[in-house]
Design a protein around this ligand. Sequence first.
Ligand SMILES: C[S@@+](CC[C@H](N)C(=O)[O-])C[C@H]1O[C@@H](n2cnc3c(N)ncnc32)[C@H](O)[C@@H]1O
Length: 247
Amino acid sequence: MRHHGGMIMGLPTGVAQEFYGRLAAVWGDRGPVLDIGSGSGVVAAELHRHGVPVVQLDPVDNRGDAAGKIPYLHADGCALPFRRGSCAGVHLARVLAHVPDWRRATAEAVRVLAPGGAIAVDLGDRPRSGPHAALTGDLVRLAAELGLRESQPPGDPLHDRAVDGRMGELGCGDPELIETGATVEVSLRETADGLVRSRYRWAPGTDHGLLAKLADQLLAGLETDPDAPVPLRRSARYRVYRMLPAG
Ligand SMILES: C[S@@+](CC[C@H](N)C(=O)[O-])C[C@H]1O[C@@H](n2cnc3c(N)ncnc32)[C@H](O)[C@@H]1O
């Protein structure tokens, strides 16, 4: 992935730092802010760098170097080990699609939120058109023909409006949006590699070796150079919810 100055979460570093700076300003130095489903800790590290007293929480310890010495709790987002009203904030990025019950996870987030606190939700973004999306679609189709499936979407549909509705039920107002986007240059091989290696995209037990072979076949059949940079539009969006005053 070429981009002068490096990338954070798939965005050019400068764009990402400005974006996470705007998100960090939602909480400032009030804490703790729970990063539920924190994964590698890359986003927690950005929030921490901007002065947010963040606590990582995940039932699977996938912390990478970025997670550093940021506090970490091995716990389930659907049963948070925190008292009612004890947290200044909750961060839920690309997590609700992976928990057993996303409605329960949002109820837990609201339960632990202190008065004046905020919950930031990012449902993630996938390219919908262009060569990267076409390659992704081809790989998913080819994999399905061999019985390799994507991870099950939650039975209960999960999309922006559904989350807005749920947060409204839980007493929150309409969300404030924090958004960014950038065009980056990514080769189709990099897209295929990312897809093959993704831990979350595929059903548990998926044969990633077989996926890699399918990806190689697809790349070999392309009319274009799979290693040539191809522009890709990336975007990221948080929906920030706050509790409405009671009564
Ligand atoms: C796609 S990753 C997102 C990681 C990180 N938030 C990010 O944006 O890079 C999904 C994460 O949700 C976590 N997860 C799955 N089930 C969970 C649960 N019940 N409670 C909290 N996190 C969970 C996974 O372990 C994984 O780290």
